[in-house]
Design a protein around this ligand. Structure first.
Ligand code: NAD
Length: 347
């Protein structure tokens, strides 16, 4: 074996029903005293409860998906105005993303309390949107110093969002297997992430308040995202990045719909990934295992239902092509991308 693997330095806590105590301890460990809490407007009540044990200098609810630059700058100004020494984000990937935007320019430590399965908390990837174009980058300053997973905060995540967000998590693991820095360590994380998600997501849909199953989804989410953070973006993420940024498609649902098509393209060219995924799904092949999971979850299938039009496929394919990773196992050209997008368009 010849490879170099980098593990990101981060504390990860699983604390079902105890996020408030865990957040207090994590903030204390950082030696911080004045927190800026970031949450979406509908998440402020939960954020208040989760941060009840720390001194909150300001609760900022200016969260918007894909972090428009002006939203990031407003949040940075609030951080400066209140002289805070730690940022605590409570919410989905959009709240984490705004926390990262503040950490990026201020260097403030970030504690992330995720309430969806987006997985941003385990990566050092930031994203900002300017004039409809989303730019992403990696920077160690945006990696949350601590992540607090409290399954109780995800108990009321609606079924549709549980499915799409959970499949967004799964996509991190699957794409990690052929991403540019794929290696045996992130493949092991990815395989265990898929195994956990494949069992726990249907269990959560059957019993949405089952905290053990909800916690298992968070465990799979973390592993998948840690694998993705280490391996980098594969073809799947390159496709979804263009679809989300250029055509304003919703993040989690887009990932959920595109994933089977990327897997169908790559699996025949990636026998080791195919075997690992098949085993994780408990199936004879990766494609069949994923198809079975999609049936059980009644997952969304059509990009057209999200608003993508047939006449936008060629533009999307042309925008994706320059970013296709050379590591992708299946050969990819414009024609391949158009066929893939058309099948995802119609489901
Ligand atoms: P989101 O944070 O926008 O949340 C989706 C919706 O769910 C929102 O309306 C939110 O208020 C609601 N919500 C959140 N938690 C809830 C709960 N527990 N119960 C009920 N409703 C709840 O969406 P997301 O899918 O979590 O995250 C998407 C964003 O994260 C995108 O901008 C994406 O680019 C980013 N992201 C970044 C990375 C990274 O590594 N940087 C990784 C994944 C996602």
């Amino acid at each position: 074996m010849g490879f170099t693997h980098e593990t990101l330095p981060q504390r990860v806590r699983f604390a079902a029903g105890e996020a408030d105590a865990a957040v207090r301890e994590e903030v204390e460990l950082l030696g911080a005293r004045r927190a800026m809490v970031i949450a979406s407007p509908r998440g402020t009540e939960v954020a208040r409860a989760v941060t009840a044990g720390i001194e909150v200098a300001v609760l900022h609810d200016g969260v918007r998906e894909h972090v428009p630059l002006e939203i990031a700058e407003a949040a940075r100004a609030v951080a400066a105005e209140h002289d805070v020494d730690v940022v605590v984000s409570v919410g989905g990937g959009s709240a984490t993303g705004l926390g990262k935007a503040v950490a990026l320019t201020t260097g403030l430590p970030l504690v992330a309390v995720p309430t969806t399965y987006a997985g941003s908390e385990a990566t050092d990837v930031w994203g900002l949107t300017t004039d409809g174009t989303k730019t992403t980058g990696t920077d160690r300053r945006v990696l949350p110093r601590s992540v607090v997973y409290d399954a109780a905060l995800t108990r009321d995540l609606p079924a549709g969002l549980t499915t799409t967000s959970g499949l967004n998590a799964l996509a991190h693991a699957v794409d990690a297997l052929w991403a540019p820095r794929a290696d045996p360590i992130n493949a092991a994380l990815a395989g265990e992430g898929v195994r956990a998600l494949a069992v726990a997501l249907p269990a959560v849909l059957d019993a949405p308040h089952d905290l053990t199953a909800r916690e298992r989804v968070l465990y799979g989410t973390y592993l998948a995202s840690a694998a993705f953070a280490s391996s980098g973006s594969g073809l799947h993420h390159k496709i979804c990045h263009v679809l989300g940024g250029r055509f304003d498609l919703p993040h989690a649902a887009t990932h959920a719909i595109v994933l089977p098509h990327v897997l169908a393209l790559n699996a025949p060219h990636a026998p080791a990934a195919d075997r690992r995924l098949a085993e994780a799904f408990g199936s004879t092949s990766a494609v069949l295992g994923l198809a079975d999971l999609y049936d059980r979850l009644d997952a969304p299938r059509s990009l057209a239902e999200l608003g993508l039009r047939d006449d936008q496929v060629a533009e999307a394919a042309a925008a994706i092509l320059p970013s296709v990773p050379p590591s992708n196992p299946a050969p990819v050209d414009l024609g391949v991308l158009e066929v893939l997008l058309r099948s995802a368009l119609h489901g």
